[in-house]
Design a protein around this ligand. Sequence first.
Ligand SMILES: [Fe+2]
Ligand SMILES: [Fe+2]
Length: 225
Amino acid sequence: MDFFNKIPEIKLSCEGDIAAITAVVAGKLSVAESSHDLDHTIRVMHNAELLLANTPGADADTVRLSALLHDIARPEEDAGKGLCCHAELGAELSGKILLDSGVPRTVAEAVSRAIACHRFRKGAAPDSLEAQILYDADKLDSLGAVGLGRAFLFAGHCNARLHNSEAEALAGEPYSREDTAFREYLVKLRHVPEKMFTSEGKKIAVKRLQFMENFFSTLESEING
Ligand SMILES: [Fe+2]
Ligand SMILES: [Fe+2]
C-alpha cells in the first residue's frame, strides 16, 4: 500500500519541507496497530480541519502539523507494552523532525507542546488553542460511526461478547468477555462531549454521541425485542 499518498496534502504558510515530514509519518505509522494507525491519523487531520474552520484565531500550520504528527510514537508505546508514553516521546521526536525539516522553531515548539498534552488525563492540560483543537480532533475519532467501529474492533480483540446488558457491562472487568463495545460506550465514550475544549468540538461530539445512543438502542431492541 502506498502509505505516503494516503496522507492529505498540507500547504504550510511557514517554511518547512512538508514532503519530508509526511514521509517520516507514513513510515512510522505503517506498523501501528489498527486503532491508532495511519488511517486514524488521517481521520484526526480531517477532524482538525472541521474544527479549524470554525475556531477563529488558531494557527493553522501548528494545528495541521500537530494532527499529522500526534501519534508518531504509538509504535514505541505499543512495543513497550505501555512503558513509554507516546505523547511525551512523540513531542520530543516531532520537535526534532520539524526542526530538521526547516520549520521555524516557534512552530516546532508549539506543535511539540500540543502533542505532549494531547493525551490529557491527569497530567498537563492542553494550554493553547491549537493544543485544544488537537485534543478535540483526536477525541472525536472515538465517537460516531467511526467510534462504534473502533469500539467493536477493540472488543473483538479482547474476544468480548457482541453485546451485554448495562448491569453486565458495568460489572465487567477490562479485557474480559464483558468488555464489550457497549461497556466502552457506558464507561468512557458517553462522557467525551463534556470533556471537549472547543465549542465546535463539543457541538460535533454531541451529534456523534447521539448517533451512538441510537445505535445501541436499536441493537438492544433487535436482541431483546
Ligand atoms: Fe495519541
Ligand atoms: Fe490519536
